[in-house]
Design a protein around this ligand. Structure first.
Ligand SMILES: Nc1nc2c(ncn2[C@@H]2O[C@H](COP(=O)(O)OP(=O)(O)OP(=O)(O)O)[C@@H](O)[C@H]2O)c(=O)[nH]1
Ligand SMILES: [Mg+2]
Length: 339
């Protein structure tokens, strides 16, 4: 049965892809076999992770990017990740409204992924769904995460290219972007450039990046007066293709301003992925993917086996009746005994 489904997904059947996504979501029997079949056939899609402060304009920018990507032909997949709650619907609803016009397009596949519970699984679901969309024929898969927490960071690390979106007027947004996100950003969009404060946000970001890198190249790039500046110690190396220099692009997504330039920067990063350094990064990503899958698979097995006992142990720790070390040891001993 999975073979037939895999074949239909690979032939680009949208209904089959939707069915495969449901099989993964519900962890139906055979879903791992299905993924194993799709894996070797589906490595071409360029996965762009879009993350950043809530309300910064991620979905609006994604919508604009879809339009540009579609204009070049080729299918586009979108995965909207909502780690907050499977039922909240708030953020996902926003995403849906923002990307409304693409729902009619049969060459665009938009899918949401919700949290899989306290013991992770979100990154695996996201990876699985991205791979299904890849197998379905998407040339680009855009993964939009909500917020900048730990789950999102993990999802973001699995993308080939990471776009971090910020906007002025969302409090101390540059500070709010965690260091981990800054480190994995390939391209920054300072959105809502039509509002006051966008330039200040650009400057804050440049300083922040310079502090985490090296000051000299900020001075060098400032002089050029572009809206897309390069900030990093590795600016020179980047030009030679050895490393990648994070780029900053100013956009006004609702007006479509700066989006061409943003697409250009993303494509430059796509080209960099084919260099030796880029290939190394992709290998690193697969390495990380494997470890994350293993962790999630172990947790899933344990949850399936121990079920309510895990919650009971956590409750005892919460009431200070036992310590987390002992509680975990006991659970592992029980799991081993049954496995
Ligand atoms: N003024 C202005 N408003 C914008 C711009 N881009 C997006 N917005 C508005 O900002 C609000 C949030 O935009 P979204 O695209 O939903 O932002 P998001 O980052 O996807 O939000 P979440 O997914 O909820 O975190 C919407 O009301 C947009 O219309 C822009 O460039 N300028
Ligand atoms: Mg959104």
């Amino acid at each position: 049965m999975p073979s037939e489904l895999a074949a239909r997904v690979l032939s680009g059947e949208t209904r089959a892809a939707a069915r495969a996504c449901r099989a993964v979501d519900d962890r139906l029997p055979g879903h791992r076999e299905l993924m194993k079949e799709l894996y070797p056939q589906s490595r071409d899609a360029w996965v762009i992770g879009v993350t950043g402060t809530p309300g910064a304009g991620k979905s609006t920018l994604t919508d604009q990017l879809i339009t540009r990507l579609r204009a070049r032909g080729g299918r586009v997949g979108v995965v909207a990740v909502d780690p907050t709650s499977p039922f909240s619907g708030g953020a996902i609803l926003g995403d849906r409204i923002r990307m409304q016009r693409h729902f009619e397009d049969p060459e665009v596949f938009i899918r949401s992924v919700a949290t899989r519970g306290a013991l992770g699984g979100l990154s695996r679901s996201t990876s699985d769904i991205s791979r299904i969309l890849d197998a379905w024929g998407a040339q680009v898969v855009i993964v939009e995460t909500v917020g900048v927490g730990q789950d999102e960071l993990e999802v973001t690390r699995m993308a080939h290219t990471t776009l971090v979106v910020m906007a002025p007027g969302l409090g101390d947004d540059v500070q709010a972007i965690k260091a981990g996100i800054l480190e994995c950003a390939d391209v920054f969009a300072v959105n809502k450039a039509d509002r006051d404060g966008a330039d200040a946000t650009m400057r804050d970001l440049e300083v922040m990046l310079a502090l985490s890198g090296d000051l000299y190249s900020v001075a060098a790039s400032k002089g050029r007066g572009h809206s897309a500046v390069t900030v990093n110690a590795h600016a020179e190396a980047g030009a030679r293709g050895a490393g990648w220099t994070p780029a900053i692009v100013k956009t006004a997504a609702t007006r479509g301003q700066g989006v061409d330039e943003l697409e250009g920067k993303l494509r430059e990063h796509r080209a960099w992925l084919d260099t030796d350094a880029g290939q190394a990064r992709r290998a690193e990503r697969r390495h990380l993917e494997m470890l994350t899958f293993l962790r999630d698979a172990l947790a899933e097995e344990a949850v399936a086996e121990l079920g309510a006992e895990i919650e009971a142990a956590a409750a005892r720790v919460a009431r200070l009746e036992t310590d987390p070390y002992t509680a975990s040891e006991e659970l592992i001993a029980k799991f081993r005994a049954r496995a």
